[in-house]
Design a protein around this ligand. Sequence first.
Ligand SMILES: CC(C)(COP(=O)(O)OP(=O)(O)OC[C@H]1O[C@@H](n2cnc3c(N)ncnc32)[C@H](O)[C@@H]1OP(=O)(O)O)[C@@H](O)C(=O)NCCC(=O)NCCS
Length: 326
Amino acid sequence: MRYMTNLVAADGAILDRILDDTHAIWSDGLSRHAYGRLYAAQVGTPWGRTHLNRFALVDGDEVRASAKLYRFAAVLDGKPIQVAGIGAVFTPPASRGRGAARELIARLLERATNDGADLALLFSEIGPDYYARLGFQTVAIADRQLRVTESTRYGAPMTMVRGGDDRDLNDIVTMDAARAAAYRFHLLRDRDLVQFAIARKRMLAGLGPLGARTLHFFIAEEGASAVAYVVISAQQNMWTVQEVGDRDPSGARAGAILQALIARAPAEKRPAIRAWLPDGFLPPQVTIVAETPSKDLMMVRPLSARGTPAAPLMSPDILYWRGDAF
Ligand SMILES: CC(C)(COP(=O)(O)OP(=O)(O)OC[C@H]1O[C@@H](n2cnc3c(N)ncnc32)[C@H](O)[C@@H]1OP(=O)(O)O)[C@@H](O)C(=O)NCCC(=O)NCCS
């Protein structure tokens, strides 16, 4: 059965309804109120204002399905491309199984293509099958579990480590871009996007129950510049590396920051550390102790000739930070 549906920007009462409905799945432990504030704060950042929208497929007063649409600049096989990111696809239970999500995704991609998008990107939480039927292909990303060798130079850090902040963003952009250039597919991350990615995790920690999550954003400083950095979300004893960088290809200073952070934790509570560490980036202090395919599946669908990979994308071809997944 077909409905007379319209694609509209999700705000006001429609947005409230969507947030009510999706809170149970995507709240990450936030109250309904905090969940709404987190979304409002994201779309209020300089990057979010211009690159993140939520759309709803409506039929009269009824929301049939909704999703977020992100716009990223990226590089594929040496060429700049535009990426349309689709996230938080949701159909209210009563409307499921009637093609609402399929129609919404088709209309969002049509819109994105008209706006110049070359590639659609999403992170599936429901396995590959649903999106494979819509033309998406899985690009396996490895979730790596890391062990950090503890420093023998206890109490004598060779690197000056301090909390990171906005003044470090330009240095982060520069070191990240230099590393990313070697990969076939990566985002082109400007200052605003890096700020967005870190702010989102910081707000998630800040809006949640006290102590449930913490964000560690630390840099190694030399002269007046940041020369390495880590962004880690900590939840109990689980650390998720959102992104990590080092001006030096070896990554020794990023490894030293990790050592300094570990040294602050009590010895009996060493954290489990996970990262989407790109192939070829392994600080000398770090060992990969286990590797599993990421639970959130990265999937792509070309929308133009430019957005068609020259050969299938594999894990070693990609630099994509966990903190940029949506
Ligand atoms: C996934 C979801 C958006 C699908 O919405 P929908 O409007 O019912 O989707 P469509 O009508 O386009 O497609 C329905 C088909 O998808 C299938 N499908 C639904 N969930 C699926 C899943 N988790 N894995 C594989 N197929 C799935 C249905 O079985 C149905 O198959 P059929 O056509 O053979 O009967 C909806 O189930 C939902 O909102 N789920 C909760 C939120 C969620 O997990 N979103 C995805 C985040 S990546």
